[in-house]
Design a binder for this molecule. Structure first.
Ligand code: URA
Length: 432
């Protein structure tokens, strides 16, 4: 195959054949095709986009660049969830055991936080003893016996994405719909779940803030899933304010536990019920979403989701009793109250600033090598749109010896304002 010819086809806006795509991706993973060739091809894709069959072939080639997990021996239906991420998004933590308590296994492979977005794995690893580094055998055994495993992506899963993503990050090629869709879907499909729910966030704390771009991404991902005969639904949800009231690792675990006890913030519970309702419907254990949502609410309220979560954590090393280590104890941090400067309605102008404020406190990463302080974070006392009197506490900042406190406070001042009139947008914008 003529490498320069393949690159020229895409450079000139043409369509790559399946053979050309397989040749390129295989060569790149094996190292016979260099980064500069790949950067050139990705730039052409960024500029010209991809036709739907071409994108499907590209995604399949990425998916088969490494190991594909086989869930055939799991006796119950399987379903997984992906979120495009944001600030305070801990939904996977109560969602997975709630769905499993309703009879659908959830093989949950998640990522780590970087920049303003948090990662499910980091949140779970703030639980004493909990490990998410499972090999394939332990992962499948936990999914089979308990119905849930929380795991990190192994080196062998979609190696093409690992290389492409690092290259895109270094060359300004992340924000392309076909490249994002193929990156997310190759990984999700390699995990082997029989159906997928995709939580695509919109708003200032999300990866693609504009509603229309999120919709485009959602449609591209649905079409890829359907092209591979995997049922999938997209739910477009609000990230124009943090999800729930807690931002920071131990604080988010405590909020997830509150949800698993039938309480917690209303938006977190609603999101868990909606996503879970979609998963139960696609898995065929309920006839339609409202019944699925009611089933999820019931297992949150009767303690069965919590009981399962405790068993899953114990299976993955949780030492029991306490949900945070001494370092993660939010009560052992310094507390500073951030107050409303006038009376009116709370509005989040830039949620990304809340995520960056957490990074300033030491509770997030600027690069993958950074450590995380699990105890720091924010607990909001008011929700978006809520009326607050002048001087009332908007949030408590949990800090470690005032590290980054000044920067965090400045960022919170940029993140929120108090308006005379402000109504927050609905949590669930659309389902695709
Ligand atoms: N998340 C991914 O996994 N891939 C992308 O390209 C963007 C976000």
């Amino acid at each position: 195959m003529d490498l320069l010819g393949v690159m020229a086809t895409k450079r000139d806006g043409g369509v790559l054949s399946r053979e050309e795509i397989e040749f390129f991706i295989d060569g790149y993973v094996k190292g016979t095709i260099d980064d500069y060739h790949a950067a050139s091809l990705l730039t052409s894709i960024y500029i010209h986009g991809m036709q739907s069959e071409e994108l499907c072939d590209w995604t399949k080639a990425m998916l088969h660049s490494g190991q594909v997990i086989n869930m055939e021996n799991i006796a119950v239906p399987t379903s997984d969830k992906h979120s495009t991420g944001g600030v305070g998004d801990k939904a996977s933590i109560p969602l997975a055991p709630a769905v499993a308590a309703c009879g659908v296994a959830v093989p949950m492979i998640s990522g780590r936080g970087l920049g303003h977005t948090g990662g499910t794995l980091d949140k779970l690893e703030s639980i004493p003893g909990m490990s998410t580094m499972l090999d394939e055998r332990s992962f499948l055994s936990a999914v089979s016996s308990l119905g849930v495993a929380f795991a990190a992506q192994t080196e062998d899963l979609v190696p093409a994405d690992r290389k492409f993503y690092a290259l895109r990050d270094m060359t300004g090629l992340v924000s392309s719909i076909p490249l994002i869709a193929s990156s997310i879907m190759s990984k999700k499909l390699a995990e082997g779940a029989e159906s997928l729910v995709l939580d695509v966030k919109f708003g200032s704390g999300s990866f693609l803030p504009e509603i229309e771009r999120g919709r485009e991404l959602g449609e591209a991902m649905i079409s890829l899933a359907h092209g591979m005969n995997v049922p999938a639904r997209v739910v477009q949800t609000a990230m124009d304010r943090p999800l729930g009231r807690a931002v920071g690792h131990s604080l988010e675990i405590l909020e997830s536990l509150a949800c698993l006890r039938g309480g917690g913030p209303a938006d977190l519970r609603e999101l868990v019920c909606v996503l879970g309702g979609e998963m139960l419907t696609m898995a065929g254990v309920v006839a339609a979403e409202p019944e699925g949502e009611a089933r999820i609410a019931a297992v949150l309220d009767d303690g069965s989701a919590l009981e399962l979560f405790e068993r899953v954590c114990a299976n993955q090393g949780w030492t029991g009793q306490h949900w945070f280590t001494e370092a993660g104890d939010p009560e052992r941090t310094g507390h500073e109250v951030f107050c409303a400067d006038r009376s009116g309605h709370l509005r989040f102008d830039d949620v990304r600033e809340v995520g960056q404020a957490l990074v300033a406190l030491g509770g997030g990463r600027k690069s993958f090598a950074d450590g995380i302080d699990p105890g720091v974070g924010f607990l909001w006392h008011a929700a978006a749109g809520e009326e607050v009197p002048a001087g009332s506490p908007l949030c408590t900042i949990h800090h470690r010896g005032a590290r980054g406190l000044e920067e965090a406070t400045e960022r919170l001042s940029k993140a929120v304002s108090i308006e005379d009139e402000f109504e927050s947008s609905p949590l669930i914008l659309a389902r695709i």
